[in-house]
Design a protein. Structure first.
Length: 292
């Protein structure tokens, strides 16, 4: 498989049409179609379903698309890193993954200062939950990842940031629990909850509850908080989440009430053990350690 072929395959899937993709890629439609047929022959079966108005990926095509995105991104990163190593100053792409946390502001400030001194450096930020970011770092697509605890993922070195998150409930302002200053485990009994997928199976939450988290009344699960808070605003339930992630659009309609006893998580910037950091990633860490 050639990188160019994988890049073109991804473009066809996203365009949903070979002719449109060929125009965007500046190649002829017959040449692109032949590339796709040769790729299918190489991989032993159909990757696309051809229809009168376009194409759709088969299950194998969807699997290839996911791998192709990672392979192409890694190839692009490798090219940029090698070019950067041969140039004066920092250049190429510094790829950072992060969950939704105000602690990212420290990373953003360091990145902005680094970019001001190195105008050929490009900053790439990927948002996602812990599982998604972890997978991308291990695949080599990301240099650094910002994680919210608890605990530490294996296979990483890390820098703990000076930020601690409280866990609690995001509630509609008209909820009876909104009148309380804090939420105890007993208040969750029978309450419809919007819970992160990771939290649903977490011993961290179960330990605070004093019982298995699977006994909770889980009305919905989420992987990123913004849409979860939309569900809270619509009245579906209360969201278990860290503090500080309430967007301004919800500020008047929702409130945050911390858990009591307190349940807290730190925030840390992590990178793969045993893998040399790029010069840009090393420089960013140095900035965060010493922002002066």
């Amino acid at each position: 498989m050639e990188i160019r072929t994988l890049r073109n395959f991804a473009a066809v899937v996203r365009a949903g049409n070979v002719t449109r993709a060929a125009a965007a890629l500046h190649v002829s439609q017959p040449a692109l179609s032949m590339q796709l047929r040769e790729l299918e022959e190489e991989l032993g079966g159909p990757l696309l379903v051809r229809r009168a108005r376009g194409v759709e990926p088969t299950e194998r095509g969807i699997m290839l698309l996911r791998r192709a995105d990672d392979i192409v991104a890694l190839a692009d990163r490798t090219r940029d890193d090698l070019r950067a190593a041969a140039s004066a100053g920092l250049s190429g792409t510094l790829a950072i993954g992060a969950g939704e946390t105000p602690a990212f502001a420290a990373v953003a400030r360091a990145a902005a200062a680094l970019r001001a001194e190195n105008p050929h450096l490009r900053i790439s930020v990927t948002s996602g939950n812990g599982e998604q970011i972890d997978e991308a770092v291990r695949a080599g697509v990301l240099d650094l990842a910002l994680f919210v605890g608890p605990g530490r993922l294996p296979g990483y070195d890390y820098l703990v940031l000076p930020h601690v998150h409280r866990w609690g409930l995001y509630l509609r302002a008209d909820s009876p629990l909104a009148a309380r200053r804090a939420v105890a485990p007993r208040h969750l009994e029978g309450l419809p909850l919007v819970l992160s997928r990771q939290m649903f199976v977490s011993e961290f939450l179960s330990g605070w509850l004093g019982r298995d988290a699977s006994t909770l009344n889980v009305a919905a699960t989420y992987n990123l908080a913004y849409n979860a808070l939309s569900l809270v605003a619509a009245g579906l339930g209360a969201a278990v989440c860290i503090d500080g992630v309430l967007p301004a659009v919800f500020a008047r309609g929702l409130v945050f009430r911390p858990f009591r006893p307190a349940l807290e998580s730190d925030v840390y910037l992590a990178w793969k053990q045993g893998v040399p950091l790029t010069p840009a990633a090393s420089a960013l860490l140095a900035r965060i350690r010493d922002p002066a």
